[in-house]
Design a protein around this ligand. Structure first.
Ligand code: 5GP
Length: 226
């Protein structure tokens, strides 16, 4: 009766440092077959434990700038320490055409660019419960210098100021709850009238005629509720 649009939806998930957005996304992908994550390109160097083609597609600064010239990106931004991050146009287009809903895990600058191009995009911001909790999580990871951590905090405060540009904010205090909240957002968005291609019901004349001819209803008293 309800015909959904064939193409999938674009979903942006941004979040402050250590908000656990990667873990939320991993869970979403495990639990929902119709979701896909777009792999971004970056010019930053690969960290220990990362895989090319899985975490990012790692290319050089020059290669990235060539791709910009070729118009290969849906959006791109210099996110941290002058390093580029960008969403591949072709990859995302193909995923959307297969009907998959595509998650872009991108920063606030990229989110803004996509929202201007595609106003229907669903923008979700994931937050840690507090900055003290972020500090605790960063300390537990223990990989960075004080200067790098300070940079993360300053970026986080800047990004929090951008939350009003998003449609939804989810606090990741408890992973299970945060994942369920994102799923609930996506489910509601799918039911929005402007996301439905067609609402088809039986033809009115035929339906009423059939009803009038229906012997089962003959001499049925009309019950009026008191
Ligand atoms: P990192 O991977 O270095 O910890 O963090 C990268 C930052 O860049 C995150 O804030 C992430 O959301 C953002 N990012 C990753 N991929 C893209 C992308 O394709 N475009 C934009 N604009 N930001 C991205």
């Amino acid at each position: 009766m309800i015909k959904q649009k064939k193409n999938g939806e674009l979903i942006i998930i941004s979040g402050t440092t250590c908000a656990g957005k990667g873990t939320v996304i991993d869970q979403l992908l495990k639990r929902n077959n119709n979701l896909a994550l777009a792999i971004s390109y970056t010019s930053r160097s690969m960290r220990a434990g990362e895989k090319n083609g899985v975490d990012y597609i790692f290319i050089t600064h020059d290669e990235f700038e060539k791709k910009i010239e070729n118009g290969d990106f849906l959006e791109y931004a210099k996110v941290r320490y002058g390093e580029y991050f960008g969403t591949p146009k072709e990859g995302v287009k193909k995923l959307l055409e297969t009907g998959k809903d595509v998650i872009l895990e991108i920063d606030v600058q990229g989110a803004q660019q996509i929202k201007e191009m595609f106003p229907q995009t669903i923008l979700i911001f994931i937050m840690a419960p507090s900055m003290s909790e972020v500090k605790r999580r960063i300390k537990a990871r223990g990989k960075e210098t004080k200067e790098q951590i300070l940079d993360r905090f300053q970026t986080a405060y800047r990004e929090i100021n951008e939350i009003p540009k998003y449609n939804y904010v989810v606090v990741n205090d408890n992973l299970e709850e945060a994942v369920s909240k994102v799923e609930a957002i996506l489910l509601s968005e799918k039911c929005r009238v402007d996301r439905i291609e067609e609402i088809a019901v039986e033809n009115q004349e035929e339906f009423i005629h059939e009803f009038l001819m229906d012997k089962d209803f003959e001499n049925e008293p009309i019950k009026i509720e008191e």
